[in-house]
Ligand binder design. Structure first.
Ligand code: CAA
Ligand code: NAD
Length: 293
């Protein structure tokens, strides 16, 4: 079976920084590629904060933090990922961007290198088809926040070899996560069910069913969810959620996947959720405060 000894991660936003962190924590030398030095610094700072939080909770020692950081390298040149055994992409949810990335990487990477996409909703085969290594192409769908969420969907497509699927399962277990096997259909398992729920919560705000805060409190206290659906939309990123909804709506043509106008308005206003401090809630104070929408 393919042996994974080193990992490359492309994109160091919400997901890429988390994936690079858990890969390095799992013992893999990990190279994270971002577009410029400032974005590399931002990804490194986010990983350092997350590791610090784990130390404060008594889940990590200072020595383990230092060893994890020692296994991480931040680069801007894609060529630096050429020798990695596994490259995972976590760039924006846009097919042409991902395909262009895979085309470049395919030309650079060692013949044995496995490719994995962390896409939320795009087809794996559409990405694999941009490369000449469809057999070594798989979906590895992590969940946000990556260090805390145990699941990874391991997505095989029509071209993926058994060896690649097995190596992907082994990697997921080696970093302390639980894999499930999912087919290459938009949204895989979790987003097929979770995305319509989040979009329904946005529609409930549009219809004036209740306030943002009361909808969230309702689902937390009434259904035992760790966070309410609108806080979750902010957590995922409203721009990402909008792209995911557009992709799933185009794929299924079912109204429950259609992006609600309020979501599009917030994205147009630059309110992207927790990652830039404003979405359904304002994150500038001590506690998130619902925005007047
Ligand atoms: N780094 C490291 N660990 C973290 C972390 C981070 N950034 N954020 C949270 N954690 C860990 C904490 O250390 C803590 O672990 P222990 O219970 O072992 O101590 C645990 O997560 C809970 O954290 P907190 O006590 O600080 O906070 P909380 O109890 O409010 O939980 C939460 C935070 C884990 C985010 C929780 O609210 C939750 O599970 N929310 C739902 C998240 C969810 O549904 N994610 C899926 C989004 S959809 C997606 O990802 C797919 C897609 O394609 C869009
Ligand atoms: P994000 O906007 O936080 O980060 C994307 C990052 O990719 C940015 O930092 C950007 O600079 C970088 N980037 C863009 N093109 C690049 C390139 N060619 N090379 C290197 N870096 C590049 O987005 P995110 O939330 O981390 O989402 C990333 C991917 O993960 C998307 O496909 C998304 O659907 C998926 N995903 C998101 C979540 C979530 O909850 N946000 C959960 C699971 C999967």
């Amino acid at each position: 079976m393919t042996q994974i000894r080193s990992v490359g991660v492309v994109g160091g936003g919400l997901m890429g920084s988390g994936i690079a962190q858990v890969s390095a924590q799992g013992g893999y030398p990990t190279i994270l590629r971002e577009l410029d030095d400032a974005l590399c610094d931002k990804a490194r700072a986010s990983i350092e904060r997350s590791l610090q939080k784990a130390i404060e909770k008594g889940k990590l020692t200072a020595e383990q933090r230092d060893a994890t950081l020692g296994r991480l390298t931040f680069v801007t040149h894609l060529e630096r990922l050429a020798a990695c055994d596994l490259v995972i992409e976590a760039v924006v949810e846009h097919l042409d961007t991902k395909r262009a990335l895979w085309r470049s990487l395919d030309a650079l990477a060692a013949p044995h290198t496995m490719f994995a996409s962390n896409t939320s909703s795009l087809s794996i085969v559409d990405q694999a088809a941009a490369t000449k290594r469809g057999d070594r192409f798989v979906g590895l769908h992590f969940f946000n926040p990556v260090p805390a969420m145990r699941l990874v969907e391991d997505v095989r497509t029509v071209t993926t070899s058994d060896d690649t699927v097995d190596a992907a399962f082994d990697f997921v277990r080696a970093i302390g996560k639980e894999p499930i096997a999912a087919k290459d259909s938009p949204g895989f398992v979790v987003n097929l069910l979770l995305v319509p729920y989040m979009l329904d919560a946005v529609r409930a705000v549009e219809r004036g069913v209740a306030s943002v805060q009361d909808i969230d409190t309702g689902m937390q206290l009434g259904a035992g969810h760790p966070m309410g659906p609108l806080a979750l939309c902010d957590y995922v990123g409203l721009d990402t959620l909008q792209k995911v909804a557009e992709i799933m709506w185009a794929a299924y043509r079912e109204p429950r996947y259609a992006p609600p106008p309020l979501l599009s308005r917030l994205v147009a206003a630059g309110m992207l959720g927790k990652k830039n401090g404003r979405g359904f809630y304002d994150y500038s104070g001590d506690r998130p405060a619902p925005n007047a929408l």
